[in-house]
Design a protein around this ligand. Structure first.
Ligand code: SF4
Length: 335
C-alpha cells in the first residue's frame, strides 16, 4: 500500500538548505532500510531496433541515421558468464521494442543465465505480447521494467509514446498480477512540464503496483523532434528522487546515468545522496554502445570503477544480496 505522504510543490522546487534537508531525509530513510547497501546491476543493450517512435528517444523508428544492430547470444553469454564485474548480482537485458530480439535473443539468454548463474534477471523490452512475456518469466526473468514516462494521457499521446497511457498502465498492472516484480519510471522536465507535472507523475507512480520507480531527466536527444528543446533541471529530477524515497521507503530507486548529462556535473553522485540505492554498470559490447542512442552519442559509460568511486563518496557499498533476492524477500514478508 502506498504511504500517505506525498511531496508538496515546495518540496519539488526546493533549493539550497531546504533541498539539502529534503535529500538528507531521503538518505536517512534509505539507510534505515538498507544500511550502506546498494544493488549493482549490469545492463546489456541487446538490440536497437524499435517499432515505436517516441519523440524523446534517438532509437525511434523514424531515425534513419542510426545503424541498427542485434547482438549475438554467444557473445553476450560469454560476456555475462565469464567477464562480468565481481560486484554485479543482477542483469538487466534491455532493447528497443523489438519482438524478434525478444524471442530469438533475449529468451535464450535468459535461459542460459538461469541455468548457469544465480544472477537476478530483469528485462526492459517494451510492451510485448502476452505469450513471449510469459515465456520470459517461465525462463527465469523476474523483474519487468516498463516506464509510463508521463502521467498525462494527452502528453503521452503527443510524445507518441508506445500505445496509449491506459494501455501502458494496464500492461504494468497485468505484469504485477502475474507474478513479476514490476518497476516503472517517468521523465522529469519534459518540454513545457515543471513541478505540477512531476507531482502528477509521482501520484500515478504511488498508485501503481510497483517494486520500484526511476526518474530520468529529460535530455534532448539527437535526431529526435525534441532535439532543440531545453534539458530538464537536475534539481527537479533529484527532488523527485528524494520524494520517491520518502513516499515509498521500500522502493528500488536507481541513480540513472542521464543524471550526468544535465546540470553542472556530479548529478550521479547527487542522486546517490538523494536516496537512490540501485546502480547500473553498462556491459553493452563496445561496437554497439554508440548506436544505442537514447539521448546522445557522447554517453558517459558507467563502468564498475566509476560506480564504486561514486558509491564511496557516500560511504556506500555493493550489496551481496541480489536485487531479485531482496524483492522476493519483501514480497514474502507481505504475504
Ligand atoms: S523509448 Fe523505447 S519504445 Fe520509445 S523509441 Fe525509444 S526504445 Fe523505442
Amino acid at each position: 500500500m502506498p504511504d500517505a505522504w506525498l511531496p508538496t510543490p515546495e518540496d519539488l522546487d526546493a533549493r539550497g538548505a531546504a533541498q539539502a534537508a529534503l535529500h538528507e531525509r531521503a538518505r536517512a530513510v534509505a539507510h534505515e532500510r538498507l544500511g550502506s547497501r546498494v544493488f549493482v546491476r549490469a545492463v546489456v543493450e541487446v538490440s536497437n531496433f524499435c517499432r515505436e517512435n517516441c519523440h524523446y528517444c534517438g532509437m525511434r523508428r523514424d531515425n534513419r541515421s542510426l545503424e541498427r544492430y542485434r547482438a549475438r547470444h554467444e557473445s553476450l553469454a560469454e560476456l555475462l558468464l565469464r567477464h562480468r564485474p565481481p560486484s554485479v548480482t543482477d542483469v538487466n537485458i534491455q532493447s528497443g521494442e523489438d519482438p524478434i530480439a525478444a524471442r530469438e535473443l533475449v529468451l535464450p539468454l535468459v535461459r542460459t543465465l538461469r541455468r548457469e548463474t544465480s544472477l537476478g534477471i530483469s528485462v526492459c523490452l517494451g510492451t510485448l505480447d502476452e505469450g513471449v512475456v510469459r515465456e520470459l518469466h517461465e525462463a527465469g526473468a523476474t523483474t519487468y521494467i516498463v516506464k509510463f514516462e508521463a502521467a498525462q494521457a494527452a502528453l503521452y499521446e503527443q510524445l507518441q509514446a508506445p500505445g496509449t497511457l491506459p494501455e501502458r498502465l494496464a500492461f504494468i498492472r497485468a505484469r504485477a498480477a502475474s507474478g513479476w516484480h514490476v518497476t516503472s519510471g517517468f521523465i522529469a522536465g519534459l518540454p513545457g512540464q515543471g513541478v505540477g507535472s512531476a507531482l502528477e507523475n509521482l501520484r500515478l507512480a504511488a498508485a501503481l503496483p510497483l517494486a520500484g520507480c526511476s526518474v530520468s531527466p529529460f535530455v534532448p536527444g539527437e535526431a529526435t523532434p525534441l532535439a532543440g528543446c531545453e534539458a530538464a533541471s537536475l534539481d527537479l529530477t533529484l527532488n523527485c528522487m528524494a520524494a520517491m524515497r520518502l513516499m515509498r521507503p521500500d522502493w528500488v530507486i536507481p541513480a540513472v546515468s542521464a543524471l550526468n548529462l544535465v546540470g553542472e556535473g556530479g548529478g550521479y553522485e547527487r542522486g546517490l545522496g538523494a536516496g537512490a540505492r540501485l546502480v547500473t554498470i553498462n556491459l553493452t559490447p563496445d561496437g554497439f554502445r554508440d548506436d544505442y542512442l537514447l539521448y546522445r552519442r557522447d554517453r558517459l559509460i558507467m563502468t564498475e570503477e566509476r560506480i564504486l568511486s561514486a558509491l564511496s563518496t557516500h560511504g556506500l557499498e555493493p550489496s551481496r544480496q541480489s536485487l531479485r533476492e531482496h524483492l522476493d524477500s519483501l514480497r514474502a514478508a507481505r504475504v
